[in-house]
Design a protein around this ligand. Structure first.
Ligand SMILES: [Zn+2]
Length: 178
């Protein structure tokens, strides 16, 4: 007896990651147009983080059947990645899959908030007049402190997220701040 997700749970899992595969190395869209105009095609799978049935991949015997069916125990993957994670449970452990899920949901939220990562990137480069190749000093416009930014170590976007003082910049449109 497998503890399957409901159709509603599957749909919510897909929507929470914008219908993209949650594997950070894959990230492919799992939904698109079907050649029949009234249909959509789907290569996504609501995969169980811990198995739906006894003896399955990453099975957790302490969970109740209800808990196995819950959204918390699911991750949205493409068919390839769903197959992959069930083939090597040492490499693709429960904690690895939970990290993927958190990351994929975070990326989806960021895309909902400000469009693509590329778009934010180019906005920040323009805003702070940054070089994308050389180490440089950045003057925080609020505190006046000088900070070092090395684009070979992280992207402008990552830097922006990690540098709390730059979050105080008020000239960015409000919807781009987080
Ligand atoms: Zn995938």
């Amino acid at each position: 007896m497998r503890d399957e997700f409901t159709a509603a749970t599957k749909k919510t899992l897909a929507k929470r990651v914008g219908y993209r595969c949650s594997s950070p190395d894959c990230r492919r869209l799992t939904s698109g147009p079907h050649s029949e105009s009234k249909k959509a095609l789907n290569i996504g799978v609501a995969a169980h983080i811990t198995a739906a049935a006894y003896g399955g991949p990453r099975f957790n015997e302490t969970l109740t059947p209800e808990a196995r069916r819950e959204l918390d125990n699911g991750i949205w993957l493409c068919q390839n990645c769903a197959k992959l994670v069930d083939n090597d449970v040492m490499r693709y452990s429960e904690s690895v899959l939970r990290d993927w899920k958190t990351l994929a949901e975070g990326k989806a939220l960021k895309e909902v908030e400000y469009g693509s990562e590329d778009r934010l990137q180019s906005l920040l480069i323009t805003q702070f007049n940054l070089s994308t190749s050389d180490k440089q000093l950045v003057v925080d416009p609020v505190t006046g402190n000088t900070l070092v930014f090395d684009p070979t170590e992280m992207t402008v976007t990552e830097y922006y997220k990690q540098t709390s003082t730059m979050l105080k910049v008020t000239t960015l449109p409000s919807q781009w701040k987080y």
